[in-house]
Design a protein around this ligand. Sequence first.
Ligand code: HEC
Ligand code: HEC
Length: 492
Amino acid sequence: MSSLLSPHWHRNVRPSYFIVALMIMRAVIQLRQAEIWLALAFLHLGPGSRISYSVLTPYTSAPMRLATSDDVRRSLRATGHNRCRGSQARSACVMLRLLTPWVLLILAAPLLAHGETEATPAFQLTDTCPASFENQDGGCVLRSRYREYRSLRDAGVGGLKTGLPALREGFTPQQIDLGRYLFFDPMLSADGSVSCASCHDPAKGFADGRGQAVGIHGQVLPRSAPSLWNVGFLSTLLWDGSKGSLEEQMQGPLYSPFEMGNTPMQLLTSLNANPVYRALFEQAFDRTPITLNQIYTAITAFESSLISLNSRYDLYAHGYHEALTDTEITGLNVFRSFVARCAECHTPPLFTNQQLAVLGVADAPGELIDTGAQAVTGDASQRGAFRVPSLRNIVRTAPYMHRGQKPTLEDAARFYTGGRGHEVPEGESVMIHWHIWEPRLTDAEITSLAKFLGALTDEAFMPESPKAVPSGLPVTQGQEPMTGNSDGFGAQ
Ligand code: HEC
Ligand code: HEC
């Protein structure tokens, strides 16, 4: 089987190679079975055996069964009986009896060995692209109705039929599948206790249900874990927008002593020491040993396959107006209005324009702890600036904002109508974005906004969480949910 896991073939011809290899293996096994039954027949026809002929027939083809008529059987038996007459013949018979189990064992050994390796290995990478992707020249490319629409600049801000930004795509099915195993494998952390999925739990919209994420030794991190749905479209990553690619971003959690605590050296050593991973990486990248770039590519491939663009809202956007309820349509209209201005920053179809904006959301009552992008750029005008988050699958990822300050969607929506800078602590000077003002939204409008955001839910292309990972460690996924942040700062 190891030969099946490591073919140096071009990816496009691999599927047919697999089928041929499987056919050959099956043929070999069938041959072995035939050999054993033939041997059985031969040996038992010898020393006065009373073996019932019917034992042999199931493995004989139908035309042959017709040929073995009663008289053939009788004559065979007769020869058997006669063969043990005379002293020489008798000792030969005894020998034959003694040897029988050994001969059978020797003949059966290769079959048994085959049986072991023939069993489908627990870890095989798929050669099929994820749902909504199609295989083009060996790479998976997204199919989406949005690709028929023009880009944002052509279509105007907030238009429903707006094109998508570029997606990280073209990864092979094997790379995406390998990334899935890595994403769920706690072996990627220093002590085998934390995986990416610990903080990005599929059941919680690939977030973790906490206001502030919790790291490898229980450290409480300053910010919440964002959802990873549609993350392959984003070129501005993290709450402070400080990372530009998924490959670059993941080195943060992997090697941070507060998150997964690993080192590049230990990561490489542990993966290269694992024969299953070696075989899987060879399948996905056609070469060994495992390199850091291969690890980053595979995880990026998996993250970029998390597509959520088929919610009820999307059906509506594509022209099926019955997809949304009246309240949701009211909510959408508030969302797009120049009163609420939500769509100015949370632009469809991703519901983010990927820009930084200062909202002035306090971290705790009267406190601004997290200076956002300012800490990265040193630019005072970016004090408290955060990247506009996507709102896809937002109902799954409470609590909201960079530190989980808002427990519910209503609380998050209500923030915008609380008055410009109403949460900014005394003595702080932050340059709040000009679209943040006082829209004076009514309670009904807030409710309809929250209802509309609920229509952005689509998890149809949820990848399967592996039941086991190549390290053999228990699959970690998610942690106990909490509401509000650790400062106990909730709704207002
Ligand atoms: C200990 C919890 C934790 C672990 C483990 C973790 N993350 Fe995260 N992740 C976070 C937090 C918190 C943030 C936001 C950090 C920030 O913005 O400062 C984040 C942000 C991200 C983002 C940016 C999303 C966006 O919208 O900008 C990506 C992508 C991501 N993580 C992927 C991964 C991958 C891949 C792994 C595994 C290699 C991983 N994370 C492991 C907590 C975690
Ligand atoms: C000026 C740009 C801008 C406008 C206008 C805007 N938002 Fe936001 N939104 C942001 C930013 C930036 C954040 C993250 C802020 C933070 O964490 O401190 C955010 C966060 C959110 C969140 C929480 C997302 C999460 O993953 O935690 C929700 C919900 C939300 N906005 C809804 C709305 C609604 C509803 C409106 C209209 C009433 C609106 N936004 C208008 C920029 C904007």
